[in-house]
Design a protein around this ligand. Sequence first.
Ligand SMILES: NC(=O)c1ccc[n+]([C@@H]2O[C@H](COP(=O)([O-])OP(=O)(O)OC[C@H]3O[C@@H](n4cnc5c(N)ncnc54)[C@H](OP(=O)(O)O)[C@@H]3O)[C@@H](O)[C@H]2O)c1
Length: 284
Amino acid sequence: MTTNYRHEIVGVFGDPVDENPTILMFEAAFKAKGLRWRYQNFHVRAEDLGAAMAGLRAMRFRGINLTIPHKIEGLRYLDRITPEAALIGAVNTVVRDGDALIGTNTDGKGFLMALKLNANLDPAGKRVVVLGAGGAARAIAVELALAGARHITIVNRTTQRGEALAQLINDKTPTRAEFAWWLGDYTLPEDADIIVNATNIGLYPHMNDKPGVNMDSIKPGMLVCDVVPNPPRTRFLIEATAKGAKTLDGLGMLVYQGAIAFTIWTGQDAPVEVMRQALSESVA
Ligand SMILES: NC(=O)c1ccc[n+]([C@@H]2O[C@H](COP(=O)([O-])OP(=O)(O)OC[C@H]3O[C@@H](n4cnc5c(N)ncnc54)[C@H](OP(=O)(O)O)[C@@H]3O)[C@@H](O)[C@H]2O)c1
């Protein structure tokens, strides 16, 4: 009988990283699937990312998630990146294939899966408003455009970032995009189908904060989404529900972006409900 005590290692490089709950859903998933894999939170400072990526290769980790502040800088240490990650300009998941490190971005794809599977909505032909133009907004806007959204309005406080994202979509995808400067309460276009808060407004411990949106412009036919995973029921979503809109929380996106990474790393289907349960308990 052969004996093997070695675990396959994956995890996340970030700073800060101690309170990142992703470990809970991966450890639960590995256990449910009977896999001898471990997920760890690694505190990697910005100036140490190169050494950490070399260590990942040397110790033959199967892959790694990259979170703040490494999603953009991480591109420098990869052998290949997917076309979507190249468009977004950031990676959140790396897989080692032999000696090659391949980067992808599962954030926007996770949002799309939540949209389709939890809200039963296909973004093709839809008019979208994205609040924010940071990393999450870029990933979501690019994937919505690649999925056939008709028109995307990027609403952002900082003009430069918002204009750059609208231009990226206009230049690189068939979707039409425009930038709107975020000053005071933003009034949604009447024909908007999907509204996404892709900022960190409302994130724990600032649960009373809400993005500056004229709530009277929210209509029952709209789907209002939030990327904030903790708490899942943000004040924005609670007030949108009161206006009669359907809502989609950020927990689903977090679960599905992790489920996609699980499959990339292990080659197996992810136990999505196990992962959702593990995460839900952490934010309860
Ligand atoms: N659910 C998931 O799976 C998932 C995945 C990734 C990220 N997220 C969440 O996404 C959120 C954003 O993360 P990120 O990586 O995109 O951050 P980021 O790159 O720092 O971008 C933050 C965005 O929020 C805007 N913003 C922040 N505070 C604001 C305020 N008070 N008023 C108006 N705009 C404001 C920023 O505007 P400026 O450009 O003007 O600064 C920027 O557009 C976080 O809450 C994170 O937890 C969720």
